[in-house]
Ligand binder design. Sequence first.
Ligand code: ADP
Length: 319
Amino acid sequence: MIEFQNVTKQYGDGTKAVDCLDMEIKRGEFIVLVGPSGCGKTTTLKMINRLIEPTKGSVLINGREAEKYDIHRLRWDIGYVLQQIALFPHMTVEENIMVVPEMKQMDKMVMKRRAHELMEQVGLPPAVFAQRKPSELSGGQQQRIGVIRALAADPEILLMDEPFSALDPVAREKLQDDLLRLKRSFNKTTVFVTHDMNEALKLADRICVMRDGSIVQTGTPDELRRNPSGAFVRDFIGRGESRLCEVLDLRQSVSSVPAGTPPPQASLPAKVRTDQLLRIMADHETAGVEDGGEMIGLITRASAFRLLAESGKVADRDE
Ligand code: ADP
């Protein structure tokens, strides 16, 4: 269906964003390209709908080189969803969804029915939302419309570039669930880009881990979990999966023990795993913190929560 044959993309300034990439994506498959920022995911994706042309090698779609297709037809036949959906602000939601189907001169009644069905499927009832303008929607709702707009013209291929990254965690999870549902009913060949391994593990039929413009490993979520090809993949999966196994340092968060305080009912090591910290702080308002066999202070539930929130922020910034 989509095939990369020895594809290299080198930008004008000499940056080799993609390096001799070989990859085959089967019809109906949901593949997730995952890897750290700058590893070449977006460049790879954009070579499918020819927003970027390869420097070397070929991208084949249904056995034919992408460059041989009429570029407008190709783009109409490939749905594309970006991180910041740009809905047309002066058009209603319904009109926005029907832009591409209209260009493809699909039947008006069919288009409308399909637009409304899709809206129902992502929990935006057309009776309420069809006539709204994009400015009357939340970020998550706009992104939902972006996803179904890409599906409205019934494209064979769907490309999604970090489509949920700008959303808060709750909206993000809801859209992921929507997408899983849509995926089951539509079975489109989908290429999804993310730097978030959790998202990849949740959504993908097959994950392709990239680093420095090359593929490090390709496999199903289960294969990657069970058999990571090396430290890079293992760490990347670890980052996605075991936030709860992360070790936190409590030493900066302890308060001193006021004289005469009875010994705490629970204690924790100064270097503690997140899950242990949560378990103890769920049951106790305060706990003692021990370092090298000595009690160095107390940690309160509030300061433990603050520490957890801060450690999340640091990890996100690292990604
Ligand atoms: P990712 O999507 O994994 O974050 P990209 O494909 O966007 O990675 O970028 C891969 C590499 O190519 C990065 O080093 C990036 O800085 C570089 N790059 C992307 N676009 C351009 C460009 N237009 N000109 C020069 N370098 C670019």
